[in-house]
Design a protein around this ligand. Sequence first.
Ligand SMILES: [Zn+2]
Length: 495
Amino acid sequence: MSKSNNFYITTTLPYVNADPHIGHAMEFVRADVIARFQRSLGKEVFFNTGTDEHGQKIWEGAEKENLTPQEYVDKYSERFKDFLSLANISYDAFIRTTDQKHIEAAKKMWQICLDKGDIYKAKQKIKYCVGCEMEKTDSELNEEGRCPDHPNRDLVITEEENYFFRFSKYQKDLLALYERGLVKPESKQNEIKNFVSEGLHDFSVSRLKTKMPWGVEVPNDQDHVMYVWFDALNSYISTLNWGIEDNSELFQKFWTDGEVVQYCGKDNNKSQSAIWQAMLFSTGLKNSDTININGHIISGGVKMSKSIGNVISPFEIVDKYKEYAIFPEDVLRFMMCHEVSTYEDSDVTKKSIDQAYAAYLQNGIGNQVNRILKLSSTYLNEKDTESIISRLESSQLSSDYSELLQNYKVNEALHMVTDKIKSLDEYIQEKAPFKLIKSENEVEQEEAREIIRDSLYMLGDISHHLYFFMPNTSMKIYNFIKDNQMPEVPLFNRI
Ligand SMILES: [Zn+2]
């Protein structure tokens, strides 16, 4: 791991042929948790996201909605921006692959790979899955000769002359990269290691414009456009002005000299951990330092689908909890980390979200805030709260918790916080300051005040640990403590 003070983090760029779904929400929220945590350590953070906007699926989608491809991507790109602000995602850059600077960077990378002999023209039959926007080798197809992820889509077969990327050349380099550790979790690193060990086939990287024109034009060849994945992977560095400025300061600072962390879903392991890394080798640029592969979210034991009716939309979650929570986006953020495993597949239903809301938010932290603030606002004075605030201001995150977030274990870290909430509840229940304070005995009264002071401090400490996950809720709790005032409206109302 790099000891640099500069931290670069990016999500994959969602493909904009539909609204943001729950998997996107999970990735955005997690990258945001890590970005906020790293900033709190004093690191300089560059948090990138954006939208992937070329390729056949966009071309088809635009036609269906009777829009030009540009109008179509403008519309859906805006939906993603809306979602980012709805979910309070603290990104620094939003790159669109139709941005002029991105297009220039993609052409530059193409040219470097071409000059190096890593892109060449050949006439080979290729099978392309538009669902994946990826070429498929026969070993990747099912028994019927179809893409296992998109069995209902016919593969596009092309036999005309095309450009190919010399993927096979980088097998050894890639294996050495995995030896040093690139992919988390280990199971996903093993998966990609096995894929690369079995031998790599060169990929087609372009398509005849007459067949599909919605892409970045190949430099010096007006007949071809780049396949979408080749241009899209560039976005992680075009966002830093690589390829546009001769010596981009941003690129130098955050990529070359920074720690580079990427997030993606498990269907992206091959493109992020192998293809993108091979492109970086070819271009002579530094490789990524860490690639985090999220699991999938299923619902009721099966994949979410419109026909089953088990789709959970992140917009709907925020909309529903508007009625009950002051910060409904924090409910979504909580669910994406607490109810979904860091790396494994997780099952989430509308019912399980409601249950977690009741257990951890309404009866957990929400109830605790009311209970403690009711006691402190009745029995503690200004001097008490001042001293608690000054203690809180110099307090540190627990080292176990920090270590979890250093290692991207968002689920485990948030569970540590909900465990703290539970322990504090037990402490108050056991010490019963609400009874003790009513005693005639002054020593016992003072003892009760000490327990209330401790509880208030622990509540502040919990809200500090909650900040990365639920920023607005955390700051609100901190302000309640500072003002020593009970909330007028509960943070989390009963459903
Ligand atoms: Zn496919």
